[in-house]
Design a protein around this ligand. Structure first.
Ligand code: UT7
Length: 340
């Protein structure tokens, strides 16, 4: 029986930190509004010349280093992003080339904030076949180039930040797979869902081919269609509902309650969402990872950034029972159960 274990974690953050006060020099907002509505104190933005692939490759190199491996040791790459360098080709092949990998498969995952969660599930499914030994999963985003520091985009641009995180998964085999009832380390179970009726509530229309004008006709000035659009309150409510549902489903199927978890790693969309989940599942603060105050919402990179920080602060050590839970544009949502 084959199963997958996480062997290394790495991250990459562009050095330039943008405070709430700095944002307030570009738009009508304030440190108080941003902190109270989202919990965010600062975020990282790239400077000229840095692309999503650069962050992805740096995070991957750090994960490889922690795992004691090199690019040539990998035999699969999954790259989750909503902000790739190019419309096509995808991010995966740039990572494959940048790391000096063999001509291995490199595939993109396009489910926004759920990308890393679905990536873990996809990685696990591939690895349970026994065909692939070492897989790199990356979540990488540059939001600062697709949003606008302006009044018309302020409900989005104060929330989102740039960054990347990566994990190395390794295939192991044994007579028993990891489960909630044993102490075998590895991926235990996953749950995913989507509802495309919510697509227009969190969307970036351009570049894209739907409707008029086509993206080729886009004028010099950015139209609203080329800025991310978010119906904040509706997205917020859907996030709380779906994240609660998907986590409950995962725990119940595995005969667990939230109290059995050593650590919950939620997608970092808003501190108020994290707190509502924490209270609903009656978890103490130390059991729920929260770093949105440092990085904002980095969509597909939030989970590995949390994993990296929780490893560094000593909460994520081998043997811990961990759940992740995510929600994002689409709408898409997911949860993973892992014996770390
Ligand atoms: O990761 C994917 C999932 N994303 C999410 O889950 C995000 C979900 N949504 C949210 O986090 C919140 O809805 C926001 C943080 C975006 C907004 O918080 P809110 O408490 O829902 O505020 P609101 O949208 O109801 O806006 C309240 C007021 C409005 O003004 P009026 O109409 O009351 O005069 C907004 O125009 O705040 C205004 N506003 C701002 N004010 C200062 C919106 N953005 C800003 C801003 N600074 N940046």
């Amino acid at each position: 029986m084959f199963f997958s274990q996480i062997r290394g974690v790495g991250c990459a953050l562009p050095p330039h930190i943008v405070t709430n006060d700095e944002l307030a020099t570009h738009m009508d907002t304030s440190d108080t509004w941003i902190r109270e509505r989202s919990g965010i104190i600062q975020r990282h933005h790239v400077t000229d010349g840095i692309a999503t692939s650069h962050l992805a490759i740096e995070a991957s190199q750090n994960a490889l280093k922690q795992a004691g491996l090199k690019g040539e040791d990998l035999d699969f790459i999954l790259a989750a992003t909503l902000s790739p360098d190019y419309f096509f080709p995808g991010l995966g092949v740039q990572i494959q080339h940048g790391l000096g990998c063999r001509t291995i498969p490199a595939m993109d995952i396009r489910v926004q904030c759920s990308g890393f969660s679905w990536g873990l599930a996809t990685a696990d499914a591939f690895m349970r076949t026994g065909k692939y030994k070492r897989l790199l999963l990356v979540g990488a985003e540059i939001h600062s180039r697709i949003m606008e520091l302006s009044n018309r985009n302020r409900n989005f641009s104060v929330l989102f930040g740039d960054g990347a995180g990566a994990v190395i998964l390794e295939t192991h085999s044994g007579s028993e797979a990891p489960s909630a009832k044993n102490n075998i380390r590895g991926m235990i179970d996953h749950e995913m869902g989507s509802d495309g009726s919510g697509a227009e509530m969190l969307i970036l229309r351009r570049p894209g081919n739907a409707g008029e004008p086509t993206f080729q006709d886009m004028g010099e000035e950015r139209s609203m269609a080329s800025l991310p659009h978010m119906e904040g309150q509706a997205v917020f409510k859907n996030a709380v509902t779906r994240m609660s549902e998907v986590l409950t489903e995962l725990l119940t199927r595995n005969g667990l309650t939230a109290a059995d978890l050593d650590l919950l790693i939620p997608h970092q969309a808003n501190l108020r969402i994290t707190e509502m989940l924490r209270k609903k599942f009656e978890l103490p603060e130390e059991k729920v990872v929260s770093n949105i105050h440092l990085y904002g919402n980095t969509t597909a990179a939030t989970l590995p950034l949390c994993m990296n920080d929780a490893q560094n602060d000593g909460r994520l050590v081998p043997g811990k029972l961990v759940a992740t839970v995510t929600f994002g544009a689409g709408f898409t949502w997911g949860a993973n159960l892992i014996r770390w």
